[in-house]
Design a protein around this ligand. Structure first.
Ligand code: SF4
Length: 218
C-alpha cells in the first residue's frame, strides 16, 4: 500500500496547486453555486454555462433578481437543473443581507462551520467540504467519486467503508493532518487525468514506483 505522505509529496509537484478547483467562479457565492451545479455533472459542463450566468448574477441579490425561470434557462444543459435551480434561488435568499450585493461576495463568518453551511439549500456534506476546503483551506475531506475510488484502489479504505462519510472518517485518521486541506484537490486531479477508473495511465504516474494497486497497468 502506498503511504499517504509519499503519495502527496510526489503527486503535488506535478499539479498546479495554486488552482484549488477547476470550477469557474468569481467570488465565494459563485463558487458555491458552481459546486452545487457540479453534483453528478462534470466541471467542464458546468464551466460551459457559468461564465454567462455569473456575468449577470454574480451575487445573491443579482441571482434573486434573475429569478428561477431565467436561471433554469441558463443551466438547462446541466443534469437535475430544475432541482439545482430551486436550491440556488433558496440559497441566494438565505444569504440575502447587507453584504449580499458585493461583487467580491464572501460568506459571513458563521458559515465557516460545516453544520451552519449544511443548513443552506443545496449544500450537503460533500458540497460543504469542498467549499470549506477550497475557500478556507479547512481540514475537511470532500469525498467525491475520485477520492472514493482512489482510496479503495490504494487500500487506504476497505469494503466496509462504503459511504463517503465512512471514507472521510477513515481518511481523516489515516492521512497526516498537514495534507487534509489538499486531499480532495490532489486526488480529484490525479483521479481525473492519471489514475483513471478504467485505464490508469501508470506509465506517466508520479507514484508508480511505490504503487502496488492491483489495477496498476505496466
Ligand atoms: S501507478 Fe497506476 S494505479 Fe498506481 S496510482 Fe499511478 S495511475 Fe494509479
Amino acid at each position: 500500500m502506498i503511504r499517504p505522505d509519499i503519495y502527496f509529496e510526489n503527486v503535488c509537484p506535478t499539479l498546479n496547486m495554486n488552482i484549488r478547483s477547476e470550477l469557474y467562479s468569481v467570488n465565494e457565492f459563485t463558487f458555491a453555486v458552481a459546486v452545487i451545479l457540479s453534483a453528478q455533472a462534470t466541471d467542464k459542463k458546468v464551466n460551459e454555462v457559468t461564465p454567462a450566468l455569473f456575468k449577470i448574477a454574480p451575487t445573491p441579490d443579482k441571482m434573486l433578481e434573475l429569478g428561477l425561470d431565467e436561471l433554469k434557462k441558463h443551466i438547462r444543459v446541466i443534469s437535475f437543473f430544475n432541482n439545482k435551480a430551486n436550491n440556488i434561488i433558496k440559497l441566494a435568499a438565505q444569504l440575502k443581507d447587507k453584504t449580499s450585493n458585493n461583487l467580491d461576495y464572501k460568506f459571513p463568518q458563521k458559515y465557516h462551520n460545516r453544520c451552519e453551511l449544511m443548513k443552506l439549500a443545496g449544500v450537503g456534506q460533500k458540497t460543504a467540504n469542498v467549499i470549506m476546503n477550497v475557500l478556507w483551506n479547512a481540514p475537511n475531506i470532500g469525498v467525491d467519486t475520485h477520492v472514493f475510488r482512489l482510496s479503495h484502489r490504494f487500500g487506504w479504505t476497505n469494503e466496509a467503508d462504503n459511504t463517503p462519510e465512512k471514507v472521510e472518517e477513515k481518511l481523516l485518521k489515516f492521512i497526516p493532518k498537514k495534507y487534509h486541506p489538499i486531499v480532495n484537490h490532489v486526488m480529484v486531479l490525479h483521479g481525473r487525468y492519471t489514475c483513471k477508473a478504467l485505464r490508469p495511465n501508470c506509465a506517466n504516474c508520479p507514484v508508480q514506483k511505490w504503487c502496488n494497486a492491483k489495477d496498476k497497468k505496466m
